[in-house]
Design a protein around this ligand. Structure first.
Ligand code: HEC
Length: 186
């Protein structure tokens, strides 16, 4: 009995020590570098898929008035095309809906809107999503063409920088639809 309560005490002490270590680590973590986050987002082509495209004077281009707000909810995605043999995927004219063997995926709203974007996420949620390839680190697997393995090559520090930049951009309220399973995509 004494041994048992002693070991419970020891465990509790370890837990408290680990907790304060975590806390001091978080407190001493460098402040995220928003400018570096912006640099990485631009290099990482996030706008190519997460910013809706529109026809501009020089042809199709990302519409930065809706920067990184994902597939526009006011655009009804037409039925996905049935591709001829030898073709893998097709994209909508906004470049935000993608049809392939996985069904139809719609690019996520990465702006800090609380209801429809990443506004309620923490940096840890973002890191867990990218590291696991699953929504919030525990939900369904993230579908193509999201280059999640490529983004996961960044260090935790740079993922924090990316997230800090994403939290600093204008929030856009835009509820992106759930993906369609392959059968519905036909
Ligand atoms: C080639 C297109 C493409 C590129 C480039 C791309 N994404 Fe994505 N991304 C997607 C698609 C499509 C989804 C939705 C997948 C799904 O619904 O499963 C997505 C989903 C996500 C999610 C998951 C959101 C959630 O709610 O789980 C995050 C986070 C994300 N992208 C961040 C980024 C970042 C940061 C970059 C740039 C470094 C980036 N993406 C570049 C296509 C892309």
């Amino acid at each position: 009995m004494l041994i048992k309560s002693l070991s419970v005490l020891a465990l509790a002490a370890v837990a408290v020590a680990a907790f304060s270590f975590e806390r001091s680590r978080a407190a001493s973590a460098p402040k995220p570098d928003v400018a570096r986050g912006e640099y990485l987002v631009k290099f990482g082509s996030c706008n190519d898929c997460h910013t809706p495209w529109a026809m501009g004077p020089n042809g199709p281009e990302p519409d930065f008035s809706r920067m990184l707000s994902g597939h526009p909810s006011d655009v009804a995605a037409p039925p996905a095309p049935k591709l001829p043999e030898g073709w893998m995927a097709a994209a909508s004219n906004t470049m935000t809906a993608w049809s392939g063997p996985w069904g139809v995926s719609f690019t996520a709203n990465l702006t800090p809107d609380k209801e429809t974007g990443l506004g309620a996420w923490t940096a840890e949620d973002f890191i867990a999503t990218i590291r696991s390839g699953r929504h919030l680190g525990r939900g369904r697997p993230i579908l193509p063409p999201m280059p999640v393995q490529f983004v996961a090559t960044l260090t935790d520090e740079d993922l924090r920088n990316v997230f800090a930049y994403l939290q600093s951009i204008p929030a856009v309220s835009n509820k992106v639809p759930e993906p369609l399973p392959p059968a519905a995509a036909r």
